[in-house]
Design a protein around this ligand. Structure first.
Ligand code: TLP
Length: 341
């Protein structure tokens, strides 16, 4: 058996998606003339209760476009120290938006409003960069898919807006957070200035992310998307999958969370795992080892057919998704249990 738990990005399009791709009505989306892209964008905006949305090729481009539009060159962007935008986007903040970063450590990846307040630069100081943007990540990937509580998001947005800055949500796994918490994507999307979510992770699309926000912001984002080479032509073949994802693939994410709990049980009580590890709230399991042996363990798991990733020399990540069955997950849990106990 081969169980691929490296990421939910390994998911492949469903039959329905392939059929939808085949049948999609298309046009030139740079001219705004692809009816399927337009439908997907309207659907995404509606689900999030916001004015408009934009289809982009990847989550990375979505984040980078949102930062570019909202953070002027030379301004300062505040991020959690293990956020995807900071750690895993190839230095795009420096290379593309040309902004400076200010990092803080969250609690299980979640930025605490009280810790954020002292980081805003004082206005009127000629020496200081302007704080333009705060980025939050829903769910917080490197903390093990933890959920930003809605109250925390509201507090962060209020205090950031009071200080003249904006908030961007990297909602790559927004729907995992929504399904696990019972809070609607609309509620999560209300307080922030910009939001992106991915179609190509747990929702199973081959390509694509959505940027969501007010009309004026989305118009600016469309220009930045073109600048970054993300203006696509007959993208309706891809957008068609997005429509299937948003209408049919959201509720089933609960299964992925159940699968994560099965794996978590195999880790529980292991003498070689740090007992303080964050138990999974969604579909991501990250557990730290007491000794720096993550690479070795990942190799041993791979030899037994269980694929996962080492994030550094101590931390191992497993991500559950639609293309691993409960049977495969139970097999992975068994193998993991044997190696950990
Ligand atoms: N995350 C990938 C890798 O890049 C690490 C993964 O396997 O988890 N925001 C968050 C929180 C993400 O986890 C990711 C992808 C992205 C943005 C970027 O999305 P893509 O891969 O579409 O550029």
């Amino acid at each position: 058996m081969r169980v691929d738990l490296r990421s939910d990005t390994v998911t492949v399009p469903t039959e329905k998606m392939r059929k939808a791709m085949y049948e999609a009505e298309v046009g030139d989306d740079v001219f705004g003339e692809d009816p399927t892209v337009n439908r997907l964008q309207e659907l995404a905006a509606e689900i999030c209760g916001r004015e408009a949305a934009l289809f982009v090729p990847s989550g990375t481009m979505a984040n980078q476009v949102c930062v570019r539009v909202q953070a002027p060159r030379g301004s300062e962007v505040i991020l959690e120290e293990e956020s995807h935008i900071f750690l895993h986007e190839v230095g795009g903040l420096a290379a593309l938006a040309q902004v400076q970063t200010r990092l803080l450590k969250g609690v299980k990846g979640i930025i605490q409003p009280r810790d954020l307040i002292p980081l805003f630069r004082p206005s009127g100081d000629i020496h200081a960069p302007r704080t333009s943007l705060v980025c939050i990540e829903q769910t917080s990937m490197m903390a093990g898919g933890t959920i930003y509580p809605l109250e925390t998001i509201k507090e962060i947005c209020d205090l950031t807006h009071e200080r003249g800055a904006r908030v961007h949500m990297d909602g790559a796994r927004l729907f995992n957070a929504a399904v696990a918490s019972g809070i609607s994507p609309r509620d999560f999307a209300q307080p922030v200035d910009s939001l992106m979510f991915c179609l190509s992770k747990g929702l199973g699309c081959p390509v694509g992310s959505m940027i969501v926000g007010d009309k004026d912001f989305i118009e600016e984002a469309r220009v930045a998307r073109k600048l970054y080479g993300g203006g696509m032509r007959q993208a309706g073949v891809l957008a068609a999958c997005g429509i299937v994802a948003l209408t049919e693939m959201v509720d089933r994410l609960a299964e992925d969370h159940e699968k994560a709990r099965i794996i978590a049980e195999a880790i529980e009580g292991s003498p070689i795992v740090d007992p303080e590890w964050n138990r999974p709230q969604t579909n991501i399991i990250i557990f730290p080892l007491k000794e720096p042996r993550a690479g070795e363990l990942v190799q041993k798991l791979a030899q037994r057919g269980v694929l996962c990733l080492d994030l550094d020399d101590r931390r191992i990540r497993m991500v559950t998704h639609k293309d691993v069955s409960f049977e495969e997950v139970r097999f992975a849990a068994e193998v993991l249990g044997e190696l950990l106990h």
